[in-house]
Ligand binder design. Structure first.
Ligand code: DX5
Ligand code: ZN
Length: 207
């Protein structure tokens, strides 16, 4: 199980958190960009993401909760390791092609209420699907167990090399559901960044 650590819940102590993640066994650092339109909050303007990139020793996984396609391109132009935007804003293949043309991995995120079939046309062209197991917009929310059925449905027909990830409310209790559903990767924020020992918390999800 790969673990991507969201630093959203430690926005006010980013540097110390990133330094801890650098020393840990985390596979990715997950940055939650919010535009105040797709979700209410506004977080991680581009200058802050540049700062994160300069400090992080982990591959960066940028989750764009934004409704404007130009904003996706601006963040993709920073060339993090992976850019994930929402299937709810997509309009054809242009944005996927743009991100891929930069040589970076592309993911599509899907909200809890969105039908899993919305992903179908894109599955052969993307690297990752990010199932939201909370309504996007803030950390620390409870895991929506009903999302597990959607993950299992997609697993039945998804290409074998498509990475299946899940984001929101992942902790040492809900991880078993993620494993049962066949997730390859989890995004976890508050469970890890608020733990006394982040290595132990990461191990609890990986093992
Ligand atoms: C929610 C974000 C998540 C969030 C996860 O909108 O996309 O990445 O930070 O935080 P936890 O693990 O606390 O639910
Ligand atoms: Zn996220």
């Amino acid at each position: 199980m790969k673990v991507s650590v969201s630093v959203l819940s430690s926005y006010d102590r980013l540097i110390s958190t990133i330094n801890k993640i650098n020393q840990s066994k985390a596979d990715f650092l997950h940055v939650d960009v919010m535009d105040g339109k797709f979700v209410e909050d506004t977080k991680f303007p581009i200058e802050i993401v540049k700062d994160v990139m300069s400090i992080s020793k982990k591959p960066l996984d940028v989750h764009l909760m934004v409704d404007d396609q130009e904003t996706v391109k601006e963040y993709a132009d920073l060339k993090p390791d992976m850019v994930t935007f929402h299937v709810e804003i997509i309009d054809g293949f242009e944005l996927i092609d743009y991100v891929k043309s930069l040589g970076i991995k592309v993911g599509l995120a899907i909200n809890p209420e969105t039908d899993v079939e919305a992903l179908t046309p894109y599955l052969d062209y993307i690297d990752l699907v990010l199932f939201m197991s909370v309504n996007p917009g803030r950390g620390g929310q409870p895991f929506k167990g009903e999302v597990i059925d959607k993950v299992k449905t997609l697993k039945e027909y998804a290409p074998k090399d498509l990475i299946i990830s899940i984001d929101g409310g992942v902790n040492d209790k809900t991880i078993s559901l993620c494993k049962y559903a066949g997730c390859d990767m989890v995004v976890a924020g508050s469970y890890i960044t608020k733990a006394d020992d982040i290595n132990e918390a990461i191990n609890n999800l990986k093992s």
